[in-house]
Design a binder for this molecule. Structure first.
Ligand code: G4P
Ligand code: NA
Ligand code: NA
Length: 189
């Protein structure tokens, strides 16, 4: 998505450790008009997939997920993160390890909000090592839902996530694909 690449070039900053900071429009301040364009793009890319529900993880996935849900006219469910172990019969949960933050989170979704009649589209802001998406796929699987589609705003293609997801036969659409963040410079694929 050309406009996204321009936005990243104009407003993104590369930090040490291969981190792209996009707090200006995605991760802290949100540009709703631009986010709506992202929603339109995902709606177009997945229009033939008969999606019934969008899944994401709090917090930064929520904005692109909601604008996509608005465009596709389907509900949006965000998995909640919590560090402590919660024994609860009413939730599906999965452990997600973050290589970037070196933290372990349990993500969970109430059983009321996903079931075997759902055909889910997973949306997230970043794809790095793919662990958040794998956790959502695990939850969809526990619920007996169909989950064959993933939409990512910014993919760091030099990390493992892309390969881990596509090798499962999933349709992965990333609106910006970053080949490298070397020398403080963003290079797109
Ligand atoms: P993974 O799910 O692909 O394995 O990602 P990873 O654990 O490596 O990343 C953990 C968190 O860091 C995620 O946010 C992810 O979106 C974010 N992240 C990874 N790389 C970048 C980057 O280059 N720039 C920015 N801005 N974020 C990055 P999270 O912990 O789920 O936090 P939240 O922001 O959604 O609350
Ligand atoms: Na994030
Ligand atoms: Na995220």
């Amino acid at each position: 998505m050309k406009a996204l690449e321009e936005k990243i070039n104009n407003e993104g900053r590369v930090l040490s450790g291969d981190i792209l900071k996009v707090d200006n429009f995605l991760n802290h301040q949100i540009d709703p008009i631009f986010m709506n364009e992202i929603g339109k793009e995902f709606a177009k890319l997945f229009k033939n997939e008969n999606i019934t529900k969008i899944l994401t993880v709090e917090s930064s996935g929520i904005a692109p997920a909601v604008l996509t849900g608005l465009q596709m006219n389907v509900p949006v469910v965000f998995a909640r993160k919590h560090k402590s172990l919660t024994l609860n019969d009413n939730i599906y949960s999965s452990d997600v390890y973050s290589y970037t933050k070196q933290t372990n989170n349990k993500i969970s979704i109430n059983k009321r909000y996903i079931d075997e009649n759902d055909n889910v589209l997973i949306i997230d802001d970043f794809l790095a090592n793919g662990q958040a998406v794998l956790g959502l796929l695990d939850i969809a699987n526990q619920a007996g839902a169909n989950a064959k589609n993933v939409g990512i705003v910014i993919e760091k293609s030099f990390q493992k996530g892309h390969e881990l997801i596509t090798q499962k036969g999933i349709k992965l659409e990333s609106l910006a694909r970053i080949a490298s963040l070397n020398d403080g410079k963003v290079t797109f694929e």
